[in-house]
Design a protein around this ligand. Structure first.
Ligand SMILES: *[C@@H]1O[C@H](CO)[C@@H](O)[C@H](O)[C@H]1NC(C)=O
Ligand SMILES: *[C@@H]1O[C@H](CO)[C@@H](O)[C@H](O)[C@H]1NC(C)=O
Ligand SMILES: *[C@@H]1O[C@H](CO)[C@@H](O)[C@H](O)[C@H]1NC(C)=O
Length: 430
């Protein structure tokens, strides 16, 4: 009897030992305890597109670009809210703002103007995640490693991330290749190679439809996520103002930020990256004076060909966006233009929508879209309507951009007349 009890105790102890994780990172922040892998690093200037695609993009290999924006003419625009408040003063464009700094995929998303956001973000839990607003697109130069025609073709969208710091994302993967650049503050990235550790992604990305993990990034339970064993190597990459990081599509990653924090990321369409033909013959680097800024890239990329449009529409239905309202919102996003803001344009868009909605119930179903695609004449007609809309929008936005451009020199040169700290900043930055 006595021995039997002792045996049970020993047994309990053994079970306890084997169940409690041996990993030194147990219940600590994601990736914080290593072991670590060294990331490739290039300093002072982006590589040219040929080198970037051959060594990194085609191979899905991450790389850190240190201080590549240090000489960017407009980097100092982001130094102070004062400059941004001036710039956005009468701007009515709406941005989307998350309300949880520790990311939750179930949270309220607010919409507001940049002016409102700038007023509120220091005192409230707000995180702006939005395509770079139209007003500031002239001040973003596409990274030099994308500055030739077939490389630009892979570019999808540039997103702006703006908060007062202390944000943390979930562990997730993206379908896009991503060049993430820090304009203000510090960002910390943790990356795991999904090709070396195939089993890790399949275990930890436990919300496959949203490509994210329910891991608590502040307290990782290594018992629950047993694929994260001692053999898994992490890349820990800290970015500061002027640094950029290339994160290949499907790489597992998690992001934290500290201090007043502004970043831009350039998302590249992974299918187009894989198929891009980038070599001495196809890719002539644009001259410094002709570098593409975000406002000069012809939008929309996705809707400018029939195939892209089809994919876009199927994706919308997949994501549950099927009503007229959903479609106007999503097309507005992709076209960078609020379709409702112009009667002529929204009428055309209604015509486009109704061509697909054959049963006229106000929603578009997969079978309706398939019907349309089966019928060449109807599909061409629908595409032509969309082209008309795009043309109208281009005419309208051409005007907007011109009226903005005068502002910036005033705002940046305004530094000179301001107090000492501003003058120092200007000398250091410009
Ligand atoms: C930063 O965020 C964490 C959650 O990720 C929270 O627990 C902490 O209180 C925040 N710190 C500050 C200073 O707001
Ligand atoms: C990155 O920053 C964090 C937080 O400040 C720090 O603990 C860590 O050691 C840094 N990692 C590297 C590789 O510099
Ligand atoms: C194609 O267009 C014709 C003529 O407008 C219409 O009768 C037909 O229903 C359309 N088919 C589809 C699949 O939309």
């Amino acid at each position: 009897m006595f021995y039997y009890r002792q045996l049970i105790l020993i047994n309990f102890f053994l079970v306890y030992l084997s169940a409690s994780s041996q990993h030194s990172g147990h219940l600590k922040p994601f990736g914080s305890s290593g072991p670590f892998e060294q990331i490739d690093k290039l300093t002072n200037d982006f590589p040219d597109p040929i080198l970037f695609f051959e060594n990194y993009a085609f191979k899905s290999h991450p790389v850190l670009f240190r201080q590549v924006l240090a000489n960017d003419l407009y980097l100092s625009l982001w130094n102070k809210d004062k400059k941004l408040k001036k710039l956005f003063l009468n701007n009515k464009e709406i941005v989307h703002v998350e309300t949880r700094k520790k990311e939750s995929r179930k949270q309220n998303i607010l919409t507001m103007t940049m002016t409102d956001f700038l007023k509120r973000y220091q005192s409230e839990e707000l995180y702006l995640v939005e395509e770079v607003p139209k007003l500031v697109r002239p001040y973003f130069t596409l990274p030099k490693c994308l500055q030739c025609e077939p490389a630009i073709e892979t570019f999808q969208v540039a997103m702006l991330w703006f908060s007062s710091g202390n944000t943390s994302s979930v562990v997730h993967t993206d379908d896009y290749d991503n060049i993430n650049c820090v304009l203000q503050g510090e960002k910390q990235f943790i990356l795991i190679d999904p090709h070396t550790y195939k089993h890790v992604a399949s275990q930890i990305i436990d919300n496959p439809s949203g490509s994210f993990s329910s891991i608590d990034v502040d307290r990782v339970n290594y018992d629950k996520y047993s694929s994260l064993d001692n053999d898994i190597h992490y890349y820990q990459v800290n970015l500061t103002r002027g640094d950029c990081l290339f994160i290949p599509a499907l790489w597992i990653h998690q992001v934290r930020s500290s201090d007043r924090n502004i970043a831009v990321n350039y998302w590249l369409n992974h299918a187009r990256v894989k198929n891009a033909v980038i070599n001495q013959n196809t890719c002539e680097l644009l001259k410094q004076s002709n570098l593409m800024t975000l406002d000069t890239i012809t939008w929309p990329k996705e809707l400018s060909n029939l195939e892209g449009l089809q994919d876009f529409m199927f994706d919308l239905i997949d994501e549950g966006a099927t009503s007229f309202k959903d479609w106007t919102r999503e097309f507005s996003k992709d076209l960078n233009f609020d379709l409702h803001s112009n009667t002529g344009i929204i009428t055309l868009f209604a015509e486009f929508f109704n061509m697909i909605d054959t049963n006229e119930n106000g929603f578009i179903a997969v079978n309706e879209l398939e019907l349309l695609l089966d019928d060449n004449n109807n599909m061409t007609a629908a595409f032509e309507i969309l082209q008309d809309i795009v043309n109208l929008i281009e005419i309208k936005s051409g005007k907007d951009v011109q009226s903005n451009n005068q502002n910036i020199d005033e705002i940046l040169s305004g530094d000179e007349t301001e107090k000492d700290d501003d003058i120092n900043l200007k000398h250091e930055d410009l």
